[in-house]
Design a protein around this ligand. Structure first.
Ligand code: F6P
Length: 546
């Protein structure tokens, strides 16, 4: 029997799901006018409203019981104190140490990692100040105006998302650009308007072996050489963030300008490490520290608050409940805030790479869904694209709505309009519009009986679609840090309840290995090692290129 199934609360939740199969959110609200007060909480500058989910006190207490049975409290403690909870790679998981602003010592294998963290933060600050002040000069003696981050996955998504989100806080001492795709179109387009003498490349790769990143870094190096004609320029225009000193040095980057991270920092949790260097270069180091502080605030909340007042825990358990109750297999994240344009992409990696697992900690196949398919985009654009399905489609897609009270760039009349849509959508998803209401509307419009009956089923919105609302005071560095950490801990909590290892990512390896072999086939060797489809496709590709 799987560990999860041994919990009586798991069985109780299945029963509750049966009982509530036909409960409508509208009725829950009608029955209890304190529902919002009961099922919302404030944490830092974030108001978290989870009342528009089909939960009751009974459901919540069964969910908390389940989390208790799965020893969530113990798991949190084990993560924070540096136990090797990434069991398949025998590593600690300590992104919380990277933002441990209280600076309490933390021992891993007898070493106080806080000393390493603080040293690296000091190195980053020194470097950032040099670049931003103009002290750091390119090969021809000009100051750096553009920073280009070359990295992929966790070495790209975080810095890209945060620099976008906080652009209102930038002083434009340097601009930032991102190259992740090995498609040459991206590197060509990013480099085209830039001047090699004034560009600083940050090659960000924990392993420094990732093929996309290495290919792009080599192309960037060639681009620099085509103008500098001197290998010594590499040291002035390339820095690295990595754990692989040997590979960094072989590339020609001065290891003095290599920023390090540690095996206890997972790629998708690395934004708080030197992977965040582009953020600090763009915003200044103080703002980067604010981001860390926001995450630290959330870390304390997660560790110290009882479950009933713990935002990441509640967000996680509601996700589990929605998949039980509605069979929901996806989660749509809908920011109503232009700065958060890439937030969904960032959480998509954090969630799906962490919890997209099919076996439990002991290797037994699980018989319950794990990570939802996380997707979404700016909500306001989504309204004119896929919301039709959210409102009337034949699947239930739980939604997280994220918006702000204040716009980071106020333009008269816009934010009110945006937020009116934000509130309207969660209300519409929850209430829907019944047959009677539609009939009334159509009668008022003067339609005859036959017309009304024909149109009626098409216009009914059943409602009862669950959503969470995260209303920020505004998107500032500290609040953003807290928001990211909120989702990190939500993902952690779900992993604990599902009893899976959230910190490895073996599922990304197979495709990488196959691609290596296929690359040599594309570059000349014969192709017949695969199935007929893969052979046929590669042969077709090669024949047209020839
Ligand atoms: O292939 C997946 C992955 O390993 C991610 O987990 C990681 O964020 C990304 O690739 C980049 O890895 P690296 O920083 O080692 O280049």
């Amino acid at each position: 029997m799987l560990k999860l199934e041994q919990s009586d609360y798991w069985q109780q939740l299945q029963d509750l799901a049966q009982i509530h199969r036909n409960t409508h959110l509208r009725d829950l609200f009608a029955r209890d006018n304190q529902r919002f007060q009961k099922y919302s909480l404030g944490v830092q500058n974030i108001l978290f409203d989870y009342s528009k989910n089909c939960i009751t006190d009974e459901v919540l207490s069964a969910l908390f019981g389940l989390a208790k049975d799965m020893d969530l409290t113990g798991a949190i403690e084990r993560m924070y104190r540096g136990d090797k909870i990434n069991t398949t790679e025998n590593r600690a998981v300590l992104h919380t140490a990277l933002r441990n602003r209280g600076n309490a010592p933390l021992l891993v294998d007898g070493i106080n990692v806080m000393e390493q963290v603080n040293d690296e933060l000091a190195n980053m600050r020194q470097f950032v100040d040099k670049v931003r002040s103009g002290e750091w000069l390119g090969y021809s003696g000009k100051r750096i105006t553009d920073v280009v981050n070359i990295g992929i996955g966790g070495s790209n998504l975080g810095p890209k998302m945060v620099t976008q989100a906080l652009s209102a806080y930038a002083d434009n001492k340097v601009r930032v650009h991102f190259i992740s795709n090995v498609d040459g179109v991206e590197v060509a387009e990013v480099l085209r308007p830039l001047h090699p003498e004034q560009v600083l490349f940050v090659v960000a790769s924990k392993t420094f072996t990732t093929s996309e990143t290495m290919t792009n870094a080599q192309t960037a190096r060639n681009w620099l050489m085509a103008s500098a004609f001197d290998e010594r320029a590499v040291k002035k225009h390339f820095v690295a963030v990595s754990t692989n000193t040997k590979a960094v040095s072989e590339f020609g980057i001065d290891t003095e300008h290599m920023f390090t991270m540690w095996d206890w920092v997972g790629g998708r949790y690395s934004i708080w490490s030197a992977i965040g260097l582009p953020i600090a270069l763009y915003l200044g180091f103080d703002q980067f520290e604010e981001l860390l502080t926001g995450a630290y605030d959330m870390d304390q909340h997660f560790r110290d608050q009882p479950m009933a007042n713990n935002a990441p825990v509640i967000l996680a358990l509601i996700g589990i409940w929605n998949s039980l109750l509605h069979g929901a297999q996806s989660l749509v994240i809908l920011p109503y805030d232009q700065p958060l344009e890439s937030f969904t992409d960032y959480i998509q990696q954090a969630d799906m790479e962490s919890n997209g697992k099919h076996v439990d900690q002991t290797g037994n196949r699980v018989n319950y869904p794990t990570s939802p398919v996380v997707w979404g985009q700016l909500g306001i654009d989504g309204q004119h694209a896929f919301y039709q399905l959210l409102h009337q489609g034949n699947v239930i897609v739980p939604a997280d709505f994220i918006g702000s009270v204040e716009s980071s760039t106020p333009v008269r009349g816009h934010h009110e309009n945006l937020m009116a849509n934000f509130f309207a959508q969660t209300e519409a998803l929850m209430n829907g519009i019944s047959e009677d209401q539609v009939r009334e509307q159509l009668q008022a419009q003067g339609l005859n009986q036959q017309e009304i009956e024909a149109l009626l089923p098409h216009k009914v919105h059943e409602g009862n679609r669950p959503s969470n609302t995260l209303l920020l005071k505004r998107v500032d560095p500290r609040t953003l840090g807290a928001l990211i950490a909120l989702y990190e801990h939500k993902i952690f909590t779900q992993g604990v309840v599902w009893d899976i290892c959230s910190f490895d990512q073996w599922g990304v390896e197979l495709g990488k290995t196959l691609a290596k072999g296929i690359l040599s086939e594309i570059n000349g060797e014969s192709t017949n090692a695969h199935d007929s489809s893969t052979n046929g496709l590669i042969d077709y590709f090669k024949s047209l290129r020839a």
